[in-house]
Write a new protein. Structure first.
Length: 405
């Protein structure tokens, strides 16, 4: 049976672009559909890519990338901690520039990309997938053997072919960002501010990119909605009163504000079925403890493409065959999602205030443990590795407190 293409990839974010690259490298025909005219232009994101991710996925230099070698962390009732590393930790990038760099890696002869295109309907059957698209005034139907849906936290495919329940507000995050333009080049540190002063039981981030500082805050949607303070009030407070950031960003101009949903739910299943694979935010591929999504989305997109290649070469598109996709990505990034959720629930719970959460956990009681947390946040160390490294000190602190009670 003839098809328009082998695989339809929906969404030109990190997951969709890595999936497209991987398919192209194996000469698998694909069509990449992106609703915006410029990949990444409407995706709010801090934009940090760990050095290990750059190496693993061979990401080319991104225009305007900003090298990071320092992590700064502020916890309740603790002084600001600044940890500088000898080697580059990674880079901060704009999402449009990243999209352009990833697209450039796909040879023109393999590049089939439809920008400014909206998916209006979808059907799957035992024989094929059908996707109705609209590009300007043009409406048509594409047929394929498989779909990789990397269209975001609320995947478009789920409006037409339901694979799982919608991620609840207790597992979905909301983030708001200010883009602040400065007159001078900013330093090479990413900052993380934890506590209810800076966020609705989440954290605030300050990521520099050239002369632009991305200042954001957020938390789980359920907590944001229950909170008495509006989300922008946390950012306004940081810029007005929190040292040294108020001084460092003094005189800057807010040139843009954006917001987005992000899955902070850990492992969510199923991520496949009925000839569809969900990847990136669509599959919950985002760190529940740091909100980092680029690395996890790329890993998900790669796993989806490798599974698609296997299905096409074997002419097998059954759910049993597609189940290898979930096995692939859970083996790769599942541990970080699982233990990241554990840390989120333990350390970023509502009501912890100044006397709970991070500060009373024992996780940040030594310089070594603070360095370990920084390594985890910056993608140097896995979440499980960080927990195991800190666990002895953490248990001692818990035992010590129990004796005092």
């Amino acid at each position: 049976m003839p098809y328009d293409t082998d695989v339809i990839v929906i969404g030109a974010g990190p997951a969709g672009l890595i999936a497209s690259q991987t398919l192209a490298s194996s000469n698998i025909a694909y069509t990449l559909i992106e609703r915006s005219n410029e990949p990444g232009c409407d995706k709010p994101c801090g934009g940090f890519i760990p050095a290990s991710t750059i190496k693993r996925f061979e990401i080319p230099a991104v225009e305007g990338q900003h090298e990071i070698d320092t992590a700064r962390m502020k916890f309740p009732r603790r002084d600001l901690v600044s940890i500088q590393f000898e080697e580059m930790l990674g880079v901060n990038v704009s999402r449009p520039a990243l999209g352009k760099a990833l697209l450039s890696k796909i040879p023109d002869q393999h590049k089939t990309t439809l920008l400014g295109t909206t998916v209006t309907k979808m059907e799957t059957s035992n024989e094929m997938c059908r996707v109705w698209i609209q590009q300007g005034e043009d409406e048509r139907v594409l047929t394929a053997q498989l779909i990789i849906d990397a269209s975001g936290a609320n995947p478009v495919s789920q409006r037409f072919v339901t694979l799982r329940k919608r991620i609840p507000n207790t597992g979905m995050g909301y983030g708001l960002q200010y883009h602040i333009e400065m007159e001078r080049e900013l330093g090479g540190s990413n900052a993380f501010l934890y506590g209810n002063k800076y966020s609705p039981s989440g954290y605030c981030w300050i990521f520099p990119r050239g002369r632009i500082a991305i200042v954001g805050t957020g938390g789980l949607v359920s907590r944001v909605r229950e909170n008495d303070r509006r989300t922008h009030e946390y950012l306004d407070y940081v810029l007005a009163e929190v040292e040294p950031f108020n001084n460092e960003l003094d005189g800057g101009t807010i040139i843009k504000k954006d917001s987005a949903l992000m899955p902070l739910c850990g492992i969510i299943r199923p991520s496949f079925g009925k000839r569809i694979m969900l990847a990136g935010d669509a599959a919950g591929h985002c760190s529940p403890i740091s909100g980092e999504g680029i690395h996890y989305s790329m890993a998900g997109g790669y796993a989806a493409a490798m599974t698609a290649i296997q299905c096409i070469k074997g002419s097998n598109f059954s759910d049993d065959m597609l189940s290898s996709y979930e096995k692939r990505w859970t083996k790769d990034i599942g541990s970080d999602l699982k233990w990241g959720l554990w840390l989120q629930r333990k350390l970023m719970r509502p009501g912890a205030g100044e006397n709970g959460g991070w500060s009373s956990s024992g996780f940040i009681d030594s310089e070594k443990s603070q360095t370990t947390i920084a390594e985890m946040l910056m993608g140097v160390r896995s979440v499980r590795s960080a927990i195991l490294s800190i666990a002895p000190g953490y248990l001692r602190s818990k035992i010590g407190r129990s004796w005092k009670k």
